[in-house]
Design a protein. Structure first.
Length: 213
């Protein structure tokens, strides 16, 4: 795999101290690969095909994964801090205990993804599709979830302190035991959501549209 990277990589002129490995648009040779523990920090992987690739424990911090295909990829414990994942396809991906702090995920597609105990502090997830995603015990402190689709997602035990949930779709979501302290739920849709044991919600028994202004 290291040889393949050497052949395919372009190293553009950048002002960073360490030049970035450029794998922009790489379609062949990465899908289904075993890249466990790989160091891909600060790498250009925009629009790359990484579906079904095993990236468990890999370092992808500050990587550019814009529009990349990571469907059903394994990213358990991977470091994606500060990564650019705008419109990245992550349907069915395993992100258990992954580090996504400060990651940029606007309009990312995470349908059915496993984000159990993931670190999503201050992550940008506005307008992301998290339908039926597993966010059990995930840390979403300060995360931007405006206009995100969290319908039927499992957020039980998650920390959403200071999270922005304006216009978020939480229909049928499991929010049992969730912390919503200082979270902004203006115009969020909580129809059919499980709010048992929620802390920080002004009207914990409310269902349907929840507008805290």
């Amino acid at each position: 795999m290291r040889v393949a990277f050497t052949v395919l990589a372009r190293r553009p002129d950048v002002t960073d101290r360490e030049p970035r490995l450029d794998l922009t648009g790489v379609v062949l040779g990465l899908s289904g690969m075993d890249l466990r523990g790989a160091n891909l920090s600060n790498t250009y992987l925009d629009r790359a095909s990484l579906n079904r690739t095993d990236l468990s424990g890999a370092d992808l911090s500050e990587a550019n994964l814009y529009g990349a295909n990571l469907g059903i990829a394994i990213l358990r414990g991977a470091n994606l801090r500060g990564a650019n994942m705008h419109t990245t396809y992550l349907t069915g991906a395993d992100l258990t205990e992954a580090i996504l702090r400060d990651a940029n995920l606007p309009r990312a597609i995470l349908r059915g993804a496993d984000l159990t105990r993931a670190d999503l502090r201050d992550a940008d997830l506005h307008d992301a599709d998290l339908t039926r995603a597993d966010l059990t015990y995930a840390d979403l402190t300060g995360a931007d979830l405006r206009d995100a689709d969290l319908s039927y997602a499992d957020l039980s035990g998650a920390d959403l302190t200071n999270a922005g949930l304006t216009n978020a779709d939480l229909r049928g979501a499991n929010l049992s035991g969730v912390s919503l302290i200082r979270a902004d739920l203006g115009r969020a849709n909580l129809s059919g959501a499980d709010l048992s044991g929620v802390t920080g919600l002004a009207q914990p028994r409310a269902v349907g549209r929840c507008d805290r202004g």
